[in-house]
Every structure is written in C-alpha cells, then in structure tokens.
Write a protein that binds this ligand. Structure first.
Ligand code: GLC
Ligand code: MG
Length: 722
C-alpha cells in the first residue's frame, strides 16, 4: 500500500534542540533538560526509520563542544540506525547551556538547519518540532521550505507558569529564570502554524493546549508514545539475579518478599513521601512487602541541588522516624541499562509498581512496568487513566490519601488471582496499544493526511514550493526596465523557464517596497518568485507567504544611525526626500538633481566626515539611496546564496541601473540589458558581465543563452556543488 503519492519514501526531519542526546546509553537524568523528551525523540526516530515507507530520519539537535560534557555531543553527525541520524548543529556558544537561555541563538540554528537540508539535497516531507524552542525553529523552516509542521510540546509554558505561581514564585522571577513569556509566545505561534499537534494523552489536549490563544483541537491527535518492548518484557522462569539485585538486597532483611517499587526523579512533585508514609503506617503492608525507592542517582547529598536534596533528606528522616531499616531499599545509583531489571525483579517477586505523583500527564514508567508484567497503582490523572483504561492492569489512587493507599496496596498484594490477571493484561495491553510499531502506524497515517493535503491545492508553477534548497542555480532579475517593460519579451522568458523550473530558483531584486514589488509582478503576470530582495537590498522575503528574513535585518543593523544620516543630509543642495512610503527602516531615499547636487563622491565624503557609516547608491540619474554599510542588493544576494548553499558562480543576475551594479559584479554571471542607464557603462569589458543588445527581458534571454544557463551548464558543474 502506498501511503503517500510520491515515488520516494518519506524524509522526516525531527528537531529537538536542548539537552544531551546520543545514540547509545543516554544520560537520562544527568540534568533537567536530559530526560523523557530525549528518550522519546530517539525512540521515535529509530522506530520511524525502520518502517519501509520512510527513507530517512534526521534529528537536529544542538552541538555541545565542552570538555566537561564529553566528546560524544560534539560530533556533527552520528548514525543511529540504518536510516536515522543525529545531526548536531552549532547554536550560540559552544559550551553546554540550559534550554531557557537558548532563545537568542535559535535563528542561527535555523540557518544551520537549512545548510544541512541543502547537503542532504532533499526537502523534508515533514518537520516535527519537539518543545517550544524547536517549535520556533520549525516555524521558520516550515515557512521557508513550505513544508508542513508537526509539533509536540512535551511540556507547556502556560502550565509551568501556573504551577510556579501556585508555588508562590513571583512572576518577575519566573520571567528572569525561565523566559516564560518568550516560550509561551513561541508556543502560540507554533500552534498557529502547525498542521498537526501530536499529544500523548487526551487530557493534554483538553486541559493544557486549551490554555493557548491558538488552540485548535481539530488539528490535534492523541498518539501515546510507544515503549521499547525489546527492553521491557516480563521475567522468564528460573533464578534471576542481575547485579542491581545485590544493590537492593543489601538493604533488606528478607529480600524475597514482594517489592513495592517506585521509580522517579527526586522531585517533590513525584510525592514519594506519601508512599513512604502509606507503607510505614500500615503494619500489614510492612509485613507483606518490601519498599524499593529508586529516586535518581546521588553521590554526595550535601552538594546536591536544593530540590532533590530536600526530597532525599525527607526520605531518610522518615526512614529513621518510622524505623524502616531492613524493609526499605533506596540505592544510591543505578545505570539506565538496569531499569528494565528493576521492573522484572519486582514482577518476579509478585510486587507492584506505584506512581503517586501529584500530577501525571503521561507516565512512561507505568508503561514500562506494565510491559514487564508488573501491575500498577497510580495517581488518578491523564496518563495513568489512559493506561489503565487500555491495559486494565491496576488501580487509580488519590495521591494525597496515604491511609487509603496503604489499604489498596495490601489488597492488591493479597489477591493473587487478580495480581496474575493484571500482570498478563499489562503485557498484552502495552503490546497492543503502546508499542512503537503501533505508534508508527498511527503517526504515519496522521502525517500522510497532512502531507497529501498540503500537496493538493499547489499549482505546479514557479515557486509553488520553495526550490532554493534543491536548486543548483538561481536567476535573479531586477524588476523595472529589466524583467518588465516589454510584454512579448517577458512572455518568451517565462515560457523558457517553465520546463526546467524545478532545478532553478528564481528571485527578484528591486528598489521597490515589497508591497509594490508584489503588485507590479502581479500586474505583469509574473509567477511568485522564491525570494524578494526589496528596498535596494535592505529587506528579504521568501515564498508565497513572504516570510521576512530576520537574520538579515539583524545583520545590516550594524552602525545604522538613520536620524544622524537625515540630519547630515539636510544641507546638501539638489536633494529632495522621496515620499514617506519609500522611507524604510533601513533605507533613506532622495530624488537627486545631478545639475545642482554635489558629486556622489562629494556626498559620500560629507557623510563620512560626520563619522557615519553608510552605503550610497545612485541610479537612473534620479535616485539616491542611503543604506546601512552592510546592505545592498548584491550583499543581500550573497547572503541568500550563502544561507542556501548556492555557489555564487551559479547565479545569473540581470539588471539595468546603478542599484544593480554590486550584484552584477564579482563572481556572479552578470547580464546588463540593452536599455541600461549610463551609470553602468563602467562595467563594460569586465569579466563575467555580458552587455546584451536585446532590451528588457530580451536581454535576459540573451544572457541565458550566452552562459548556456539552462543547458549543459548544469551537467558541467554539478559535481562541484555542496
Ligand atoms: C525604486 C524605489 C526608490 C529608490 C529607487 C532606486 O524606484 O521606489 O525608493 O530610490 O528604486 O533604488
Ligand atoms: Mg531597474
């Protein structure tokens, strides 16, 4: 069965920016950014890549070059299975940074991602962002590439803010420490753009995403994460004594009693204390079972962070108060590889898994326990409710009621037939409802719908999708007096481009504002270009949706003092400001009367004397534009070429006047149309600048022929690419 109407299998791009991710023995719990999300993304990628309809899965994450962290996280690329890769991209400083401070570097992460896509040579069919930071990046990429965006929040800013407020943290502190409004804003934007949101539970959709302005439940699907059934399976017959058994049994007087197991980070929200109290205050329970608490790893209690330290100290105080010696185990350390053994040990002992967390939107540990044949007792909340609904392998509890919890545990341990039924139902239920195979099937079904929908409605015309990441050359035309001016010529040019348009990108570069550039192209029936360089190179927009390049804006801001420039220009004769709408954030434009005004060099010198740094552009003997030093049509074009990884020598530029000069010169292939203005005469006889005799678009056609731009050119030079 062909899911997607395409000859190729799918190329899926997953983005998960923060934390530490690698292909083997992941350090889950090493810090608070390296936990469930990392595990989920890795397992999702591997499971997807093993599906026959998937060609390639890339996980984009942040590269960390930091001796304290270790060399694995600095490798630019790591293959994790046949068709799955971790791609590590630079993002701000090289050292490890917590996720809350990554915001300023995400634009550059997005730029790096484009370069990567360019190297792969194929536009992904879907971009799936994980968490708000990746959501921000995915938003940018999906607009630039015109690729549908899928989002999984993992946790949400609104929910976090509410929780911190409830704990009495001041909103000012929440802001300073967590940059929470930036996160929430990013989440709202993603929810606006995402074609699909994948949630783990129905509760997440109803109670968490609903807090957002852009809540659109019809675009959300619930697909519970899968678990790795090759790792989590029930104990086999016979003796079973993995090394971790030694770590546990040394705490216990009678290590063969059933184990009541709890496994979580040492986080107050996990509510371990209530479980300890339930156990300690129920003599029958103490008689029946041992309590095994696995609360993260610890070396030195005294030097731990405040949160976990408090949890563990409280635990030890309780052990002492209730004199639980000999019946509770709380090992200092365990390896991630040992977790499956813990569940199997507990299952073998005919024990129980308890998750008394105050809230539990998901609860992966519950699924792991269930798959291991260990019945579960868990807080009545979103995750556990779904799991017990599907697996019928335990009881939901009120996490605040220690007495009742104790009674429930006693009942569950004594009814042996029920225990066996629960154990079997958990194994079967996880296989059926929570395996990665099942997850992948549902996932592919959901994204296929999205992909097909986004492919419909797209006319096969120039720029129906962005070609920049796959094209090996681009044609860039000035608009006035170059592209337009002669209807017949334009028609001839457009029909020439139509056949080969998949390999060739098309852009315009103009002095006009974006609105007016768009309007005039429409009037002349020119199909939407892949990019617009407007306002003499000070603004760049991509695609039909006219996504503005904000990195470019930031780049040209350098040394731009528009008020001082206006002031400095005041007393120069022969200049008149152009209408207000022509004045842009990074462009100050005048009409110039060359008879009355000083020479262009004179004007430049005058501005320099005021210690101002600008770029002065003179065209058509009428216009004078003052721009930031870093801005010009040529600079914008080079920036685009670099960003999309297109060799400058593979760009054909056509122009007619002074503001085209910079983009015509250099390594690009230039063509000056026959009807050009005199200020371009100085380019004659320069290498790689062809002076056409044909006027307007006839000149462009002549240039295309001159360089054989649509023909053998491609074959000849393609090997140099990338
Ligand atoms: C366009 C712009 C104008 C600019 C001129 C030359 O006509 O509207 O503001 O001065 O191009 O670059
Ligand atoms: Mg022009």
């Amino acid at each position: 069965m062909l899911l997607v109407d395409s000859e190729n299998g799918l190329y899926l791009l997953l983005i998960s920016v923060h934390g530490l991710m690698r292909g083997h023995s992941n350090e889950l719990g090493r810090d608070s950014d390296t936990g469930g999300q990392i595990k989920y993304v890795l397992e999702l990628a591997t499971a997807l890549a093993s599906h026959s309809q998937v060609d390639r899965v890339d996980i984009l994450t942040r590269s960390v070059i930091d001796a304290k962290i270790g060399p694995d996280y600095a490798q630019p690329q790591e293959q994790i299975s046949d068709k799955a890769f971790i791609i590590r991209l630079p993002c701000g400083p090289r050292r490890y940074l917590r996720k809350e401070v990554l915001w300023p570097y995400l634009d550059s992460f997005a730029d790096q991602a484009l370069k990567h896509i360019r190297q792969v040579g194929r536009i992904p069919d879907i971009i799936h962002s994980h968490y708000a930071d990746a959501g921000y990046v995915g938003n940018r990429l999906s607009s630039l590439l015109n690729t549908p965006l899928v989002f999984t929040g993992h946790s949400l800013g609104h929910v976090k803010r509410q929780r911190l407020m409830a704990q009495g943290v001041k909103s000012e502190n929440i802001e300073n420490q967590y940059h929470i409004s930036q996160r929430i804003e990013a989440e709202d934007q993603v929810l606006d753009n995402a074609a699909l949101v994948i949630a783990s539970t129905a509760q997440e959709v109803d109670e968490q995403y609903s807090l957002y302005d852009n809540y659109q439940p019809d675009r959300m699907v619930v697909i519970p994460p899968g678990i790795d059934l090759d790792r989590f399976y029930p104990p086999r017959r016979g003796r079973f004594m993995p090394p971790i058994y030694g770590q546990i049994s040394r705490f216990l007087t009678d290590p063969d009693k059933p184990m009541v197991l709890a496994l979580s980070r040492a986080d107050p929200r996990k509510n371990i204390a209530t479980l300890v109290r339930a156990y300690a205050e129920n003599p029958q329970l103490r008689e029946l079972a041992n309590l095994v608490i696995i609360a993260g790893n610890r070396d030195e209690l005294a030097s731990m962070e405040k949160g976990p330290r408090r949890v563990l100290t409280e635990l030890m105080v309780m052990i002492d108060r209730y004199d639980l010696y000999g019946c509770i185990a709380y090992p200092k350390r365990h390896e991630p590889e040992e977790v499956p053994y813990l569940y199997r040990l507990a299952a073998k002992s005919k024990g129980l898994f308890v998750n008394p967390a105050l809230t539990e939107p998901f609860g992966l540990t519950l699924l792991e326990a269930a798959a291991s044949g260990l019945p579960i007792i868990a807080t009545e909340d979103g995750g556990p409710r779904d799991i017990i609904h599907y697996c019928k392998n335990g009881v939901l509890i009120d996490p605040m009621d220690a007495d009742r919890l104790g009674e429930i545990l006693v009942e569950a341990l004594t009814d042996k037939r029920q225990w066996t039924r629960w154990s079997k139902a958990g194994i079967a239920g996880t296989k059926r409802h929570f395996s990665w195979d099942g997850h992948v099937t549902k996932y592919l079904k959901a994204i296929t719908r999205v992909i097909n929908k986004s492919r419909k409605g797209k006319k096969p015309s120039i720029a129906s999708k962005s070609r920049l990441p796959i094209s090996d050359r681009i044609l860039v035309c000035d608009i006035d007096n170059t592209l337009i001016g002669d209807r017949d010529a334009l028609t001839a040019l457009l029909s020439q481009l139509r056949g080969i348009e998949d390999h060739i990108g098309f852009g315009v570069a103009t002095g006009r504002r974006i609105e007016s550039a768009r309007e005039v192209l429409k009037k002349w029936s020119v199909p939407a270009p892949d990019f617009f360089i407007t306002a003499v190179g000070t603004e760049i927009h991509y695609g039909r949706k006219l996504i503005q390049d904000v990195t470019w804006k930031r780049h040209i801001q350098h040394q731009w003092e528009p008020d001082d420039v206006l002031h400095a220009m005041k007393n120069i004769t022969g200049l008149r400001l152009q209408p207000r709408r022509e004045q842009r954030e990074f462009k100050i434009s005048y009409f110039i009367d060359p008879e009355k005004a000083p020479t262009i060099n004179g004007i430049i010198r005058h501005i320099r004397k005021q210690k101002l740094h600008v770029n002065v552009v003179y065209s058509h003997g009428t216009y004078l534009d003052i721009l930031p030093v870093r801005a010009s049509k040529g600079a914008a074009l080079r920036y685009i070429a670099d960003k999309w990884g297109i060799a400058v020598e593979h760009i054909l530029v056509a122009g007619d006047s002074g503001n085209d000069e910079e983009m015509l010169s250099g390594e690009t292939l230039g063509v000056v149309v026959g009807n050009h203005s005199p200020e371009l005469e100085k380019l004659r006889n320069r290498e790689r600048i062809h002076f056409a005799t044909g006027e307007y678009a006839w000149g462009i056609i002549e240039g295309i022929e001159y360089y054989d731009f649509l023909g053998s050119f491609r074959g000849k030079q393609q090997t140099e690419l990338v």
